[in-house]
Ligand binder design. Structure first.
Ligand code: AMP
Length: 149
């Protein structure tokens, strides 16, 4: 089996991604790998400078960034004690594009994601981010399904 040295886990703060995160953390520990924890601020592309006046949009963006930063800090505080070889990343854009782009940029050798995110969508096998990452990534992807109930 290949040795994974850098594992990227993509989190959207849903139960499904928490579950994927636990798998990624335990793999990082087993392989002594570096863990990259990525959250993508899903950019409201249609709103950019169009419906909302520029200045208030800028303020909104700042507040979104600060909120995301706080959520990530609290997530890492709760989950990362006892494991130090990690980096948290927050970027804006389309989640599936950024998950792949960041994994490539940081030379990750495995991407870990949940099969579903915050939208749920139980009737489909994969949520849309999961499906696109699996279809388009050249880096191996591990999808983790949350068994409920
Ligand atoms: P989805 O396909 O949107 O139902 O989400 C499936 C998985 O993709 C989630 O469990 C996360 O691992 C990842 N994901 C979805 N949205 C984001 C996001 N905005 N930032 C980081 N990871 C995400």
């Amino acid at each position: 089996m290949s040795k994974f040295s850098t594992i990227l886990v993509a989190i959207d703060f849903s139960d499904s991604s928490d579950n994927a995160f636990q798998m990624a953390l335990s793999m990082a520990k087993s392989f002594s790998a570096r863990l990259l924890i990525l959250h993508v601020i899903n950019e409201p592309v249609d709103m950019r400078g169009f419906y909302v006046p520029h200045i208030s949009f800028q303020k909104l963006e700042e507040e979104i960034n600060e909120g995301a930063q706080k959520m990530m800090e609290s997530f890492c505080r709760q989950n990362m004690h006892g494991f130090e070889d990690f980096e948290s990343l927050i970027v804006s854009g389309l989640p599936y594009e950024q998950i792949i782009a960041q994994a490539e940029e940081k030379s990750a050798d495995l991407i870990v994601i949940g099969t579903h995110g915050r939208a749920g969508l139980d009737h489909v096998l994969f949520g849309s981010t999961a499906e696109k990452v699996v279809r388009k990534s050249k880096i191996p992807v591990l999808t983790v399904r949350l068994e409920e109930g």
